[in-house]
Design a protein around this ligand. Structure first.
Ligand code: 13P
Ligand code: ZN
Ligand code: NA
Length: 281
């Protein structure tokens, strides 16, 4: 069933696990991810970035996920990831998205507060939860290039930000970056715990592709309740498809789509177990 992300994430917070949030690019990735969630009896969040919705519209992704979710035996939420403006957040709300991120992390503190607050004021009357970001997760996320100057989240600012915006979930910068890492990533666990001590809403980890699973588990112990994976799914889908495309006899998109889905299914099933959401639906 299609649900909002609110209840599943609060349940995860109470149960000391996290919900996996998986970026999808097409119908196949959505089907494969939900199949993995069903087989593991896990709640799941499917999410799309502004770059992805530019490719095929919010309405088309929503229609795909809604059709899949309506038949699913587990709760499925559809989330706007890194919403880049108030207007896009409102478009997602009207399209039927059940969870919305407004990413004002590139803005000065006060402006980030003000845009996040406006989105909360529009979404909460519709019972749609809002994620915002403070500090800046670096790396390249579609067209969103974090650049190199990416401040970590300051605990005191996080506390003030949550109080002033009333957001439901907070994405924090503690050492992860979007995309692939050059060296070994290292999450600042002390900072994460310091943030947790002063912020009681669920915290969100971005840039998780490439983060060793043991660090993800430790971060969840310290207060992360939603874990985002994007690049790993792209790699998995393309790997499966490519292996088939090498054969020039293959001309049916269903053939390489199936191969891509198999890889995405395996990856999502693995990450569901890492975040501990299996058997929690
Ligand atoms: P990765 O591409 O590093 O998994 O980041 C995912 C993410 O944060 C989506 O918002
Ligand atoms: Zn992200
Ligand atoms: Na990453």
């Amino acid at each position: 069933m299609l649900v909002t992300s609110k209840e599943m994430i609060l349940k995860a917070q109470a149960g000391h696990y996290a919900v996996g949030a998986f970026n999808i690019e097409n119908m196949e990735m959505a089907m494969a991810a939900v199949k993995a969630a069903e087989d593991l009896n896990a709640p799941i969040i499917l999410q799309t970035t502004p770059g992805t919705v530019d490719y095929a519209t919010l309405e088309l992704y929503f229609a795909n996920v809604k059709a899949i979710a309506d038949k699913a035996k587990v709760p499925v939420a559809i989330h706007l990831d890194h919403g880049s403006s108030f207007e896009l957040a409102m478009q997602a709300l009207h399209a039927g998205y059940t969870s919305i991120m407004i990413d004002g992390s590139h803005l000065p503190f006060d402006e980030n507060v003000s845009v996040s607050r406006r989105v909360v004021e529009a979404c909460h009357p519709n019972d749609i939860p809002v994620e915002a970001e403070l500090g800046k997760v670096g790396g390249k996320e579609d067209k969103l290039d974090g650049g190199s100057n990416n401040p970590y989240t300051e605990p005191d600012e996080a506390k003030a930000f949550v109080a002033q915006t009333d957001v439901d979930f907070l994405a924090i910068a503690v050492g992860t970056i979007h995309g692939i890492y050059k060296g070994e990533p290292k999450i600042d666990m002390v900072r994460l715990s310091e943030i947790r001590q002063v912020v009681d809403i669920p915290l969100v980890l971005h840039g998780t592709s490439g983060v060793p699973d043991d660090q993800v588990r430790e971060a969840i112990k310290r207060g992360i309740c939603k874990v985002n994976y994007a690049t790993d799914l792209r790699i998995a889908y393309t790997k499966g498809a490519r292996a088939n495309l090498a054969d020039e006899q293959v001309i049916d998109p269903k053939k390489y789509g199936e191969a891509g889905m198999k890889e995405v299914y395996a990856l999502v099933a693995d990450k569901i177990k890492v975040v501990g959401s299996d058997h929690k639906a």
